[in-house]
Design a binder for this molecule. Sequence first.
Ligand code: DGJ
Length: 463
Amino acid sequence: MRNKHRKSSAFHCNAGSRCSLPALVWSLVACVLMIHFSSHIRHDDKAEVPVHLNRKPLTRELEEIEEENFQMPPPRGKRSPRAIKRRGPRRPPSAIDEFLDESSELRNLFFPDRRTVIDPVNGGNDSMYFYPGRQWLDTDGNPIHAHGGGLLYDENSETYYWYGENKDGPTYQAHKRGAARVDIIGVSCYSSKDLWTWKNEGIVLPGEEVNTTHDLYKLNVLERPKVIQNDKTKQYVMWMHIDDVNYTKASVGVAVSNSPTGPFEYLYSKRPHGFDSRDMTIFKDDDGKAYLIYSSEDNSELHISPLTEDYLDVSQTMRRILIGRHREAPALFKDKGTYYMITSGCTGWAPNRALAHAAESIMGPWETMGNPCVGGNKVFRMTTFFSQSTFVVPLPGLPGSFMFMADRWNLADLRDSRYVWLPLTVGGPADEPLEYSFGFPVWSRVSVYWHRKWKLPDGWRVD
Ligand code: DGJ
């Protein structure tokens, strides 16, 4: 099945060449016909190739659009006539203001309280259901701490490992204008066969308590750890964002272990290719090559670089992508030979609109396709369901279906940040290929479907 269509011909207009009026008119007519023709190809294709037929019925259900209704509370406190004169009437709070406000009436919608926890041990009728935004317990009954994380599927043990930031400490600001933070505790690891029941494997890379010069010293920053296994060396290699309290070190760190459950040995940090590097991820391709993708040039663009064969460093090659787009939180995946990436905007811990991007070659060029979020309501879609991307993982046995993993950051208490895991599918025409030209492919749409409650097909697990 091909979801992606190439235009059959290219339309060239050489700058500087002279065009007569009839030629111009005919070109325009040809253009309109081509657009009309292409929309027909897509339409017919959709009819001929039932995209959903090769998926299990439950996945189809997950693609149903679920609306979410919430009423914004009325603005609190009126302004005096003098204040209105000076500053105008009070602006009604935005949904994001409400989200960031600990005392908002909507607090329980964004951060449901402990009574609604997802509990794999005492799941009862709710067994196997994902509830994005609810507290999620591990098999010991403790909240899962794997923020800004990613999954590794380990073929040896046929097990998923979830690595992420352990933020189980108090939130504070190092100084007045500093970002809210939690001291480095370390990288947690959890294991699972079904992506719902997670066993705590402990802290596989601990923070450093005493040595103030160590990258992992508790007053520094360790974010977005990701792990892949090297097929040749058999080592498990962790890459992460390493920074100082003011985010000026802007480096990547590398750690290594012989076991997915650690302990990981911290090797070093560096500015890849001499550039600042903040939010990052790594991606292992089907041919065993791996890549580092990082926000750079003060988050104004992303850089992508192949790793060395042993995955312990970046190679010499680097490409700048999405230049000037100001994107972070990259989550990369591949479907039927095409590379896709979800990113967020740069608004600290506050949520913003996700964008999906696509590329034929991982090294680019990358094109932007628009907001992948479907359902909920407009505010939900404009805030990535009040969360920020961190990882996308394929769902074996469900072709074209993926798990979209995101963090719902709790600014006031980062330790209580939540996970928003939702089904992601690839298929259908993309809605806004921004750099659209006739020479480029028309990408398949990436869709992340909002569900208040959902589950994977019954019995889905990896062994
Ligand atoms: C947004 C990033 O995506 C997070 O990982 C974290 O660095 C925050 N910014 C800090 O404000």
